[in-house]
Ligand binder design. Structure first.
Ligand code: URA
Length: 288
């Protein structure tokens, strides 16, 4: 179950990642941090998981806010026996998720994850776009079709994997029609507790973060995907690979080399999942 302090820490990490040096914390938020501190001290000789995982180094000033107020601290309650029932209980809560609604920068319709709640592979994108919002399904637009093609090349059906987004609502824009924008760190922080719960329920063997924004929201990484993809990372103790967003293959000048780069990441993922890999698969997208 996601604790209120996780929501707070996600918010603080997102602020820290974007260079914020001080934030205003209300009494409830300060009490959560004090509690975390007390627990960490009490377990001084045991691994203090939460504290070790989240060194938040900002100075916590008492003055009124110069930046956004922290998202409301709301707890996710997971109910149900099977993984499918538990995911369903998350989906219901996401519908009116107060921390996301409070930002006033996300659209109304909620687009939850899809796929097998007991999948070995979980893929995480950034946020739904125009097509995803219309169909209320993640990755069903042009980038989604590329993703389906990648999965097919791996020998996997879309229904066999679990497909999620960091943000469960389409980021809004003035005079928006089919145009999309990437989510902000605040928008990602407002929904990340759901992704954490999804990982705890699905228990995938491996996670793939699709693109730089997903890597930032999920793993706190910034910089070039070209660098991030060269090593394995970890989210909630699960190995995580970063690769390019499938939309990268939609650009006019994307060629064989670009396809091969993503494919090499997927071969690494297949090895991690101990999936069979044929010689034909090993040779996909190599120059003839
Ligand atoms: N891009 C994403 O990151 N997610 C979607 O669901 C669709 C496009």
């Amino acid at each position: 179950m996601s604790r209120p302090v996780d929501t707070l820490l996600d918010y603080l990490r997102a602020e820290e990642a974007r260079g914020t040096e001080s934030v205003y914390l209300d009494e409830q938020a300060k009490e959560l941090l004090r509690e975390l501190h007390r627990k960490a001290r009490a377990q001084k000789n045991a691994p203090a998981k939460a504290a070790a995982a989240s060194p938040v180094s900002m100075s916590l000033k008492e003055e009124p806010p110069a930046q956004p107020v922290p998202a409301p601290v709301v707890e996710i309650k997971v109910s149900g026996g099977t993984a499918a029932e538990q995911i369903e209980s998350l989906k219901k809560q996401a519908q009116d998720w107060a921390p996301a609604k409070a930002l006033n920068s996300l659209r109304e319709a909620m687009v939850f994850s899809t796929g097998n709640p007991e999948a070995e592979l979980m893929l995480v994108g950034e946020a739904p776009g125009y097509q995803e919002e219309r169909q209320q399904q993640p990755f069903v637009g042009p980038a989604g079709q590329k993703l389906d093609g990648i999965l097919k090349a791996m020998g996997l059906e879309r229904d066999a994997v679990y497909i999620s987004n960091i943000v469960k609502f389409r980021p809004s824009m003035p005079k928006q029609t089919t145009n999309n924008r990437k989510p902000t760190p605040e928008e990602m922080a407002s929904c990340i507790s759901f992704v954490r719960e999804e990982v705890r329920i699905v228990k995938p063997k491996c996670i793939v973060a699709l693109g730089a924004t997903a890597a930032e929201g999920l793993l706190g990484l910034t910089g070039a995907v070209g660098k991030m993809r060269t090593s394995w990372h970890e989210f909630e103790g699960i190995p995580a690979k970063v690769t390019y967003h499938p939309a990268y293959l939609l650009h006019g000048n994307a060629g064989l080399k670009d396809k091969r780069m993503i494919w090499e990441d997927m071969l690494t993922v297949m090895e991690k999942l101990e999936l069979p890999i044929s010689d034909k698969q090993r040779g996909f997208f190599l120059p003839k």
